[in-house]
Write a new protein. Structure first.
Lengths: 115, 110
């Protein structure tokens, strides 16, 4: 069965410092992995995606993530946090070849950015 | 300007009443989805539809119903049988693996 675990429910950083949001997945198949961001009372916006091409994926707003098969991880990073990065972030796994394209969501990590 | 619209943004209902949430997309996507979001639980799939006039139950379909009469529209009805209907509801559509989300409807039932 496929699953995804976000290791921290809440991460707090200071503006200008690095961001690390951790995600581990479990999949019997070759996974596709996504990171979505959600600002309060808004829908989800795709940050980046991994679909079996390059293992280091660059996304919007300076975020990137590295797919590490040996560690079953897909951690999200950003070198320097900005106040506007404060939001909730979801790691998502989908099985390639799934007929319905269903996503399996992690429970989310709330990122706080202190001035 | 393509996208997904959900209306209304906030919805209030009395317990025992059915309520229908609207979801419309002009992205020409075949597949559409409804999710429920509760604090600390991520998103859970209620129903999905891969094509007009066809839909399947997701993980938490009990107390909900949907229809897919048009490609652009996928309304969700929250029935009185749903035990805890107060939540944030998100609609999405997809082409391939990537899903695109609407802005959500926050439903409060008292």
């Amino acid at each position: 069965a496929q699953s995804v675990t976000q290791l921290d429910s809440h991460v707090s950083v200071s503006e200008g410092t690095p961001v690390l949001l951790r995600c581990n997945y479990s999949s019997s198949y070759s996974p596709s992995l996504f990171w979505y961001v959600q600002h309060p009372n808004k829908g989800l916006q795709l940050l980046l995606k991994y679909t079996s091409a390059a293992t280091l994926v660059k996304g919007i707003n300076g975020f990137e993530a590295e797919f590490k098969k040996s560690e079953t991880s897909f951690h999200l990073t950003k070198p320097s946090a900005h106040m506007s990065d404060a939001a909730e972030y979801f790691c998502v796994v989908i099985v390639n070849g799934g007929s319905q394209g269903n996503l399996i969501f992690g429970k989310g990590t709330k990122l706080s950015v202190k001035p | 300007d393509g996208g997904i619209t959900q209306s209304p943004k906030y919805l209030f209902r009395k317990e025992g009443q059915n309520v229908t949430l609207s979801c419309e997309q002009n992205l020409n996507h075949d597949a559409m989805y409804w999710y429920r979001q509760d604090p600390g639980q991520g998103l859970r799939l209620i129903y999905y539809s891969q094509i007009v006039n066809d839909f399947q139950k997701g993980d938490i379909a009990e107390g909900y119903s949907v229809s897919r009469e048009k490609k652009e529209s996928f309304p969700l009805t929250v029935t009185s049988a749903q035990k805890n209907p107060t939540a944030f509801y998100l609609c999405a559509s997809s082409i391939g693996l990537e899903q695109y989300f609407g802005p959500g409807t926050r439903l409060t039932v008292t």
